[in-house]
Design a binder for this molecule. Structure first.
Ligand code: NI
Length: 209
């Protein structure tokens, strides 16, 4: 196994992050090696999910491992059902230093193949797995979380948050729930998003796609 360099938005080689990845047609030794490397790269980062385009391979392969769910690979994964909306916070290994707040589905059903090529179906409800499934499958469609933000105020530089430990710029009394978010921060619910036009910061990220 080997740790592979993670492609970063705005840096050379990031074009692959914007491609629609190709379906895997043969789960051969190269695919097994790729999955092993992705698992190691994800653990090393550390992260709870990684998609093959993030290591420069435009194939529909993702790996996910959350505190609750042992790491697994999903090949040719697709979201077949999703419903509900929840307001979550997340980051991405390909957009280091930034965090965003956005809507994800409450219920997510995904189908695909495991690394042995067996059909699998995963149903996740209101948890980190549901968020990771949507986030990683988005990657295989060339979509990043910054594309889903409803406004520039929902993108933050990590260091810009005045009260990082206690939940960024949120008042203390804004009922923080205990469920983990995509990269380990607490999830905040029930906060009405504001809809505005894109700001310069968001445009900056868009411009480097
Ligand atoms: Ni990501």
């Amino acid at each position: 196994m080997a740790i592979r360099p993670i492609r970063v938005l705005g840096e050379p080689g990031d074009e692959v992050l914007r491609q629609t990845a190709a379906a895997v047609t043969a789960i051969d030794g190269a695919v097994q090696t790729l999955i092993d490397d992705m698992l190691e790269t994800m653990r090393d980062a550390p992260g709870v999910g990684l998609a093959a385009p993030q290591v420069g391979v435009p194939l529909r392969i993702v790996v996910i491992g959350t505190p609750e769910v042992p790491a697994f690979a999903l090949i040719n994964g697709e979201v077949v059902r999703h419903s509900g909306q929840r307001w979550v916070e997340e980051g991405c290994l390909s957009i280091p230093g930034y965090r965003g707040e956005l809507f994800r589905s409450v219920r997510v059903t995904v189908k695909g193949l495991d690394r042995q090529g067996r059909p699998i179906r995963i149903r996740a409800v209101d948890d980190l797995l549901a968020q990771a499934l949507e986030h990683e499958i988005d990657h295989t469609n060339g979509l990043l979380f910054v594309d889903l933000l409803s406004g520039p105020e929902h993108l933050h530089r990590k260091g810009d948050e005045p009260d990082d430990e206690a939940g960024a710029d949120e008042p203390e009394d804004e009922a923080a729930e205990t469920a983990p978010v995509y990269d380990g921060r607490r999830r905040r619910r029930g906060r009405a998003p504001r809809f505005t036009t894109r700001s310069s910061r968001l445009r900056t990220l868009a411009a480097v796609r």
